[in-house]
Ligand binder design. Sequence first.
Ligand code: PNS
Length: 164
Amino acid sequence: MAKRAIYPGTFDPLTNGHIDIIARACHLFDEVVVAILVNPGKQPLFTVEERIEILHAVLTPQFPQVRLATFQGLLVEFARAQQADAIIRGVRSVKDYDYELPMVLMNRRLHPQLETVLLVAAEENSFVSSSLMKEVFSLGGSIDGLVPELVIQRMQEKRSQKSS
Ligand code: PNS
């Protein structure tokens, strides 16, 4: 039976850290559903539609097993509807592990058959986060090599839209 995993996140924006975790997940699972959380309470840099467009352009050519989706509400309910076997989360540090562990245990309590697989990020991405990328870019610093080229282009477009 084909094994399906969900890789959930905000992806605002997609980073090379996310791509590294997706590549690792694709080695382990037949299908990886990259699932963007639609969170009406948050003010994102990119709309959900913009994030889907970026993820589609960057991920589809590289990873045939990847499918894109959006979800709202409880992750375990989305995973149930998708008949997923596992949730994938990337871990860069002990701090990430501390953040992930309560979610792993809560999700297990809500859906005991669903495993969470924590994948350790590549060393070169261990400091890369979407929020740090946004902060450095907004202050004029370079994030070249840390996010896909397309993300930088889209961030530049956002900046020029704002200033015009
Ligand atoms: O990339 P992020 O922002 O760290 O992703 C966090 C995410 C989407 C995995 C988490 O916020 C989540 O699962 N949200 C869905 C709501 C939910 O199920 N909450 C209970 C988790 S135990």
